[in-house]
Write a protein that binds this ligand. Structure first.
Ligand SMILES: COc1nc2nc(N)nc(N)c2nc1C
Length: 308
């Protein structure tokens, strides 16, 4: 039992080191958790083999490099993708034909970050989570509270859940990788991975230094909203205190959409943050609701992805 325990301890301490110090874990959390449990069982059976450096002896909330799971009452969906204007047009035509949807879409930039959900009670931020698999995310409330663009308190004491994108501005990404180069730590491949690595830190002080930001784009529960359009919802989110991306545009025909795609294909490199496409959404919220979603994606929105 002694040697088995030592072997487990060494593996766990190595993995935890990779996770905390280099946020590049070599094993899934589930593998860590299972191995950790094996060590706990072994130490429970043979208490005399417990050593002070055993990960089971760590105090504070850093014992497990895992996050509390958060079930999303309203699933966090992903988006269907199209890769050409023709497919984008086909999406809009198909909707107009089948569901007599008037041609009014809201065009939004698709920020290259990771999806988050923020829950407020009486206007106070009570929980923040990652998308996870859409049904179950990870509780990263402490880390999200370090992000300046996320309001801790809304301008009205409402209960609301809001979804959006957490991203790392291009400038912060370059700075961070230079810093990591100096420290001899592997650089992040892109701003999205940098944002994900920065959010999935158990030590929120690390997150606080990573200069993350957010653009919110969707209200999960509608009952508190006054506006009945996607574009109006964005303005309402702004009034509540959220940061939204103001580069959205209502389109009344295919030309409007073409021009929006054209403009941001050109301007993409000049933006302070990464975008990997644009999202067009049926602008009417009641229509969004009646169109609903498949298991994975809303029927009322589509992402046009820029060519790589
Ligand atoms: C309604 O669902 C969504 N809407 C979005 N809107 C924008 N602007 N960017 C996204 N990445 C996005 N992602 C999803 C799943």
């Amino acid at each position: 039992a002694e040697s088995a325990a030592r072997e487990l301890r060494e593996k766990l301490n190595k993995w935890a080191d990779e996770y905390y110090t280099y946020d590049s874990p070599s094993v899934e959390d589930s593998v860590y958790d299972q191995t950790y449990q094996q060590l706990v069982d072994l130490e429970t059976t043979f208490p005399q083999i417990v050593t002070p450096d055993s990960p089971t002896q760590k105090v504070g909330d850093h014992t497990l490099p895992g996050f509390t799971k958060v079930p999303h009452e309203i699933p966090m969906l992903s988006l269907g993708d199209v890769f050409s204007i023709e497919e984008l047009k086909a999406f809009a035509d198909r909707l107009s034909d089948s569901e007599s949807v008037p041609f009014e879409y809201n065009c939004e930039l698709k920020i290259d970050g990771l999806a988050i959900s923020l829950r407020y009670e009486d206007g106070i931020l009570v929980q923040g989570a990652t998308r996870g698999n859409g049904q179950i995310g990870e509780d990263i409330t402490r880390n999200l509270k370090t992000i300046k663009s996320i309001p801790q308190r809304l301008s009205r004491p409402i209960n609301i859940e809001v979804r959006g994108e957490c991203y790392m501005p291009k400038e912060s990404f370059v700075e961070l990788n230079q810093q990591r180069q100096v420290e001899g730590v592997a650089p992040f491949a892109n701003p999205r991975n940098a944002a994900a690595g920065s959010l999935r830190q158990l030590d929120s002080r690390v997150t606080a230094h990573r200069k993350l930001s957010t653009f919110m784009y969707n209200v999960a529960n509608y009952d508190d909203l006054e506006s009945d359009t996607q574009s109006g919802m964005l303005e309402e989110l702004k009034k509540l205190g959220f940061t939204i991306n103001s580069d959205y545009q209502v389109a009344h025909n295919m030309d409007d959409i073409d021009q929006y795609v054209e403009r941001y294909t050109k301007q993409r490199d000049t933006l302070a943050y990464g975008i990997d496409g644009i999202v067009i959404k049926v602008n009417s919220l009641p229509l969004q609701r009646s169109l609903g979603a498949t298991v994975k994606v809303p029927r009322w929105a589509i992402a046009y992805k820029f060519p790589p």
